[in-house]
Design a protein around this ligand. Structure first.
Ligand code: ADP
Ligand code: ZN
Length: 435
């Protein structure tokens, strides 16, 4: 059994010991080498040398995305620049980019963490791993690439885009594991079907490792049906490493955090208080052995919970639930909090509409929020029949109202009228910000 397989099954007490030591080491390192932490810990009266228990950790101040932005470009480096072997930046989905730096050791750990997802997919050195995440500053491409190498698998570094070639390569090379965003996987699936292929028969896919954005259970089921494989979720973020911070196992009952490299906490985003396992809140992460860009209590803004109890797969590392979305994406529609993924889940119960949607938020003349869900109909559903269109729009709207208690206008649109994405899909258009 490899060292990784061993640690994945180690008793949780052993992992907790690694965590406490790792947190203390990281906090002292940050305090001594990064001026931001020196100031922030001193202001909070927090002495990193005093960490003896997880309760002590909960007294440490948080670090936020804005702090990392303010430190651009090298303000959060904990090692001399010459030890940094690679630099990535967040894709800037929600503003100015943040920097993630890696030493040689950090890159090794990254590969090992992503490879856990491949191991969970029952992968081995016999697999052909097609990396259709974008390569470049975005962490998706190289994270999956290092994971494939760590497994000694055959890696196809095709990157995102050129979808028809992507599919031909997948077929000809016998790709068994596809790594890309879930929205790009859906685009690949639809394109393959349009090319006249039966993906479940003509391709050799066994598993898809899809992450970097939220996707609903229904979206997952549709992908699995179209591509004839199993979809495993992978979570990560540039600020702590990239994809591989947590990987879903074959059970599909949550994502195992790489707990020997990251310490997770769930907090109430309003009060900052640590919540018990099982409760939903914001994920906060501390790196345990990151050299170049360590973080202590980084607020990810991602909403999830720690799933209580043991996973039937036998891995002892705790699981986070599939990410609902980030606090910045949460729509507050007339006082009700909703994530786009919850709207998607309801929408996907209607056969007449496809997986492509966009949510537009605007205000009316009384400054009240109006939310419009634009949903593409499936080919075969005729938009010329006004009565049928109105009926379906009303039905979806009423179902959303019952399920989520929000008023959403539904507008059915032509197939393929919503832009396809090769990376993360743009699900929400907030016109209020443009006013
Ligand atoms: P950006 O913040 O610019 O998008 P990253 O590329 O580092 O930068 O993306 C990290 C973010 O992507 C996470 O904080 C999270 O919001 C989202 N994300 C990553 N993996 C998943 C996943 N499996 N499910 C849902 N959201 C995810
Ligand atoms: Zn498991």
């Amino acid at each position: 059994m490899s060292k990784t397989q061993e640690i994945l099954r180690a008793p949780h007490e052993q992992i907790e010991k690694i965590q406490l030591e790792g947190i203390k080491r990281t906090a002292i390192n940050c305090y001594e080498n990064i001026p931001f932490y020196k100031q922030s810990f001193d202001e909070a009266g927090f002495d990193p040398h005093s960490i003896e228990s997880f309760d002590d950790v909960a007294r440490a101040p948080f670090v936020e995305k804005q702090d990392l932005r303010d430190a651009y470009p090298y303000g959060m480096l904990a090692v001399p620049l010459k030890e940094v072997k690679e630099i990535h930046m967040s894709s800037g989905t929600t503003g100015v980019a943040t920097v993630g730096a890696y030493t040689k050791h950090d890159i090794d750990i990254w590969g090992e963490c992503f490879a856990r997802g491949i191991l969970f997919a029952d992968g081995s050195d016999e697999d052909v791993v097609q990396v259709a995440y974008g390569y470049g500053l975005f962490t998706g491409g190289l994270g999956a690439h290092y994971g494939g190498h760590w497994m000694d698998a055959t890696v196809i570094p095709i990157s995102a885009g050129n979808t028809e070639r992507q599919i031909r390569v997948m077929r000809d090379m016998g790709t068994t594991i596809l790594c890309c965003t879930p929205s790009y996987a859906m685009h690949i699936a639809d394109t393959a079907i349009e090319m006249g292929l039966d993906p479940a028969r003509d391709l050799h896919l066994r598993a898809g490792i899809h992450g970097a954005e939220p996707f609903s259970d229904n979206f997952r089921a549709e992908l699995e049906r179209k591509l004839g494989y199993k979809v495993l979720d992978v979570y990560g973020l540039t600020e702590t490493m990239g994809p591989g911070v947590a990987n879903e196992c074959w059970e599909q009952k949550g994502l195992h955090i790489a707990e020997d490299h990251f310490y997770p906490e769930i907090i109430n985003p309003e009060t900052g208080e640590v919540l018990p396992d099982g409760e939903w809140g914001e994920l906060v992460l501390t790196t345990l052995d990151r050299e170049a860009s360590p973080v202590v209590r980084y607020r990810t803004r991602d909403i999830t919970r720690i799933i209580p109890g043991q996973c039937p797969c036998g891995c002892s590392h705790r699981r986070i639930d599939r990410i609902h979305g980030r606090t910045d994406d949460m729509l507050i529609i007339r006082g009700v909090n909703v994530f786009p993924s919850q709207i998607e889940d309801v929408m996907k119960t209607f056969d007449q509409v496809s997986s492509w949607y966009q949510i537009e938020v605007d205000t009316d003349h009384r400054s009240l929020d109006i939310v419009t869900l634009k949903a593409e109909v499936n080919p075969g559903f005729e938009l010329d029949s006004v009565a049928a269109v109105e009926r379906l729009q009303k039905e979806i709207s009423a179902t959303l109202k019952t399920a989520l208690s929000v008023g959403v206008r539904v507008k059915l649109v032509e197939p393929k009228s919503i832009p396809r994405s090769e990376g993360k899909a743009k699900r929400v258009i907030d016109l209020r910000k443009e006013k």
